[in-house]
Ligand binder design. Structure first.
Ligand code: NAD
Length: 325
C-alpha cells in the first residue's frame, strides 16, 4: 500500500487518478477505475446536456459503490455550454469530488463548498495552482507539458513544474502529464506530489469506451507521435499526430492571418468523438499524450492499477533502498 495525503484526505485506496477525458470519461471506465481502488472522473461535457450528465452519474453509481467524481472543463467551445447547469447536475447527483479545469473555479466554489464537494483544480502553471489554493480548492492536479489535451502556454515539463509547485502549495498536489507506470508514480512522489493522474494510459485499457484501433494506436506509437495545435489562438492542445493534425498545424503556421474558423471543421469535437467510436483514425483529431512512448499493452484497469502500485512499491523498497544505503 502507498498512503499519501491524497489517499487519506480523499478516502481513495491508491494514489492514482483518472482525470477528465472528453468522449472517454464515461461510466464504463470511471466505475472500473473506482472498483480498482483509484479515483475516476466522468467528463461532464461528454454528455450532451446536464440531464444526460445526471443519468450518467446514476449509471456509474449502479456500476460501483466506491467514490468517483466529475470533471468540469471550462475552455473555449464551438457551441455555447451551460456550465452552471452542469455544475448543478454534479451537486444534485450527490457527487462529492469535482475536477475543475480550464479556468479559475472561484465562481463555483460557494456552490461546491455548500454541498460538501471537494474540488481538485487541474492547472498547468504554479501561479494558477497558488490561485486555486487561495480560492479554497482541496487539491490541485498539476498538468505538465507532457500531457494530452491542453498543456497551457508556458511549456514547463513536470521535472521542474512539480517541485516548483510543491514549494508553494500546502494542499495536496496530484502530478499529471506523462504518467503511465510505477516509475512515474515514484518520481511524482519524489518531486512533491501525493499521487498521479493518468488519461492516455487509461485509454489503453480493456474497459476504456473507445474503438480497439485507438487502443492499438496508443500501443504502436511512441513519444514523438503528438502534435501541438491551437498555439496561435492561445488555447494550445496536444493531440495525436495524424494527417489532420499535421494539416491543422500547417494552416496555423503558414497562413499569416489564420483564425480558429480556418481549422474549425477539421478539429470540431463531434468528429473526434466519431473517430474514437468508429476507429477510423483519419476522420478527426483526438487527444493523446507523450506517455504513448511507454504504453506497451492493453490491460484491464485493475491489472494496470495493481501493476503500478506493485512496481512503485518494489522500486521504493528494493532499488532505491539499495542505492540509499
Ligand atoms: P469543441 O468541438 O467545442 O472544440 C474543439 C477544440 O477546439 C477544443 O479543444 C476547443 O478548446 C477548441 N476551440 C473551440 N473554439 C475555439 C476558439 N474559438 N478558439 C480556440 N480554440 C477553440 O470541443 P470538444 O472536443 O467538444 O470538447 C469540449 C470541451 O472539452 C472543450 O472545452 C475542450 O477544450 C475540452 N477538452 C479538454 C481537453 C483537456 O485536455 N482538458 C481535451 C479535449 C477537450
Amino acid at each position: 500500500m502507498i498512503k499519501t495525503r491524497f489517499t487519506e484526505e480523499f478516502g481513495i485506496k491508491h494514489p492514482i487518478v483518472q482525470g477528465g477525458m472528453q468522449w472517454v470519461g464515461r461510466a464504463e471506465l470511471v466505475s472500473a477505475v473506482a472498483n480498482a481502488g483509484a479515483l475516476g472522473f466522468i467528463t461532464a461535457l461528454t454528455q450532451p446536456t446536464p440531464e444526460d450528465l445526471a443519468k450518467e452519474i446514476k449509471r456509474c453509481r449502479e456500476m460501483t459503490d466506491q467514490p468517483f467524481g466529475v470533471n468540469l472543463t471550462i475552455l473555449p467551445t464551438v457551441k455555447p455550454t451551460p456550465y452552471d447547469e452542469y455544475a448543478r447536475a454534479i451537486i444534485d447527483g450527490g457527487v462529492k469530488i469535482v475536477e475543475t479545469a480550464g479556468r479559475n473555479p472561484e465562481p463555483y466554489m460557494p456552490w461546491f463548498k455548500e454541498a460538501g464537494v471537494k474540488v481538485i483544480h487541474k492547472c498547468t502553471s504554479v501561479r494558477h495552482g497558488v490561485k486555486a489554493q487561495q480560492v479554497g480548492c482541496d487539491a490541485v492536479s498539476m498538468d505538465g507539458f507532457e500531457c494530452a489535451g491542453h498543456p497551457g502556454e508556458d511549456d514547463v515539463p513536470n521535472l521542474v513544474l512539480l517541485p516548483a509547485a510543491a514549494d508553494q502549495l500546502t494542499i495536496p498536489m496530484i502530478a499529471s502529464g506523462g504518467f503511465g507506470d510505477g516509475r512515474g508514480l515514484v518520481a511524482a512522489l519524489a518531486l512533491g506530489a501525493e499521487g498521479i493522474n493518468m488519461g492516455t494510459r487509461f485509454m489503453a485499457t480493456k474497459e476504456a469506451p473507445v474503438h480497439e484501433n485507438v487502443k492499438r494506436k496508443l500501443v504502436d506509437s511512441n513519444e514523438r507521435d503528438t502534435q501541438l495545435v491551437y498555439r496561435k489562438f492561445r488555447n494550445t492542445a496536444r493531440i495525436y499526430k495524424n494527417d489532420i493534425a499535421k494539416r491543422v498545424h500547417e494552416i496555423e503556421t503558414t497562413k499569416a492571418d489564420a483564425t480558429f474558423e480556418d481549422i474549425k471543421e477539421l478539429v470540431v469535437g463531434v468528429k473526434g468523438r466519431s473517430l474514437l467510436e468508429t476507429g477510423e483514425m483519419e476522420s478527426g483529431v483526438w487527444s493523446a499524450g507523450t506517455v504513448m512512448g511507454i504504453i506497451k499493452d492493453i490491460p484491464t484497469v485493475k491489472e494496470l492499477v495493481e501493476r503500478i502500485i506493485h512496481d512503485a512499491e518494489e522500486l521504493i523498497n528494493q532499488r532505491l533502498r539499495r542505492i540509499a544505503n
